[in-house]
Design a protein around this ligand. Structure first.
Ligand code: ATP
Ligand code: MG
Length: 328
């Protein structure tokens, strides 16, 4: 799971994760309801690690990603939990310090659909420069821009172009280059291949493989399990705001444990064959604004038991963490 970062303490040697998320809860508060979009998520990512997050639409993947970057859309906020980066709790620092020290500099994000939100009236170069200016970058601006363009295999000639002059793949590369401008340690890529055609998808996947080799830690958010299997060493499966299974991608794909993961994995060949509508599972996820006690997958689960009316904790089973009473 990535390169180990070894910390020597007086009498012990421990593997220190780069990022640790503990008991994270992110809720959207409106007048009429509370949507528990991320509800008690615990995760960690090692130095140069790669983590994939998968799960149906609305399960909280983007909310989790934006929470790490403190960019949760309104009316959402973190209600509980800690986010520890390199040993320091960044969930308690001021917004000003977060902006000054963390956002884009330590953690950056390729936002879902961002390639369609490049400003049409500005050139690529101007939009990249703006990011550097916003973060009081003091180095050489054109060098920084060409360096990050080269990381996404684009040459400098693209800086004078306008978004409408670019292909979908080029736009996505620009968005990735923008996220890399301030040399973050962690890149969160939210659906980075969605809406690209298959060939361009493969190119973008290869690009991320290259970026991993530079030492970057990457969190890939995707509803496409085949993308995650190519890119991530660890996978977390989310369901209705919770992580239900977490383990090495190999272990989870070859032997999925949570009944939801089992259904999800079973769809992979089907997606490739013909039907990519993702209507693989009967029923719908629960209403996130009206969650009942107990396992959130209960209504759709073929293994439901009496005990499932109680919230399942995480059980460790064959090195995989699974939130299901079957593994008690
Ligand atoms: N700004 C918001 N205000 C209110 N509710 C929101 C907001 N953004 C997201 N939600 C709700 O929070 C839950 C999680 O949404 P989120 O976008 O994180 O899911 P997702 O897993 O990224 O979905 P997708 O695969 O469609 O991108 C959903 O129930 C969604 O409706
Ligand atoms: Mg999303």
């Amino acid at each position: 799971m990535g390169q180990a970062h070894i910390v020597h303490r007086s009498d012990i040697t421990v593997l220190e994760p780069l990022l640790t998320i503990k008991g994270l809860k992110v809720y959207y508060f409106s007048r009429s309801n509370i949507i528990k979009a991320v509800d008690d998520v615990c995760l960690e990512i090692l130095h140069n690690g790669s983590l994939g997050l998968a799960g149906e639409s609305g399960c909280g993947k983007t909310t989790l990603g934006t929470a790490l970057l403190r960019s949760i859309s309104s009316p959402g906020r973190i209600v509980e939990g800690s986010i520890i980066l390199d040993g320091k709790d960044i969930s308690t620092i001021s917004d000003r310090d977060f902006d000054r020290l963390i956002r884009w500099k330590k953690i950056a994000m390729v936002f879902q659909g961002a390639m369609n939100s490049l400003t049409p009236v500005f050139t690529v170069g101007k939009q990249m420069k703006e990011i550097l200016d916003e973060h009081q970058f003091t180095g050489n601006v054109s060098n920084a821009i060409s360096e990050s363009l080269s990381q996404v295999l684009l040459d400098d000639s693209i800086v004078g172009k306008y978004p409408h002059e670019l292909s979908g793949g080029q736009k996505q590369r620009i968005i990735i280059a923008m996220a890399l401008l301030l040399k973050p340690q962690i890149l969160i890529a939210d659906e980075p291949t969605t809406s690209l055609d298959v060939i361009v998808q493969a190119q973008v996947i290869n690009l991320f493989k290259r970026l991993k080799k530079t030492g970057l830690s990457i969190i890939f958010i995707s509803h496409d399990l085949s993308v995650i299997s190519e890119l991530a060493e660890t996978v977390g499966i989310m369901y209705a705001g919770q992580l239900v299974e977490l383990g090495s991608t190999r272990a989870v794909y070859s032997n999925p444990k949570h009944p939801y993961t089992q259904k999800l994995i079973a769809t992979i060949p089907r997606i490739k064959d013909k039907d990519n509508s993702l209507q693989f599972l009967k029923g719908k996820p629960p209403d996130m604004a009206d969650l009942e006690k107990g396992c959130r997958f209960l209504d759709r689960c073929s293994f439901a038991m009496e005990v499932c009316n109680k919230d399942p904790p995480f059980f460790e089973y064959e090195n995989v963490k699974v939130r299901c009473w079957l593994y008690k």
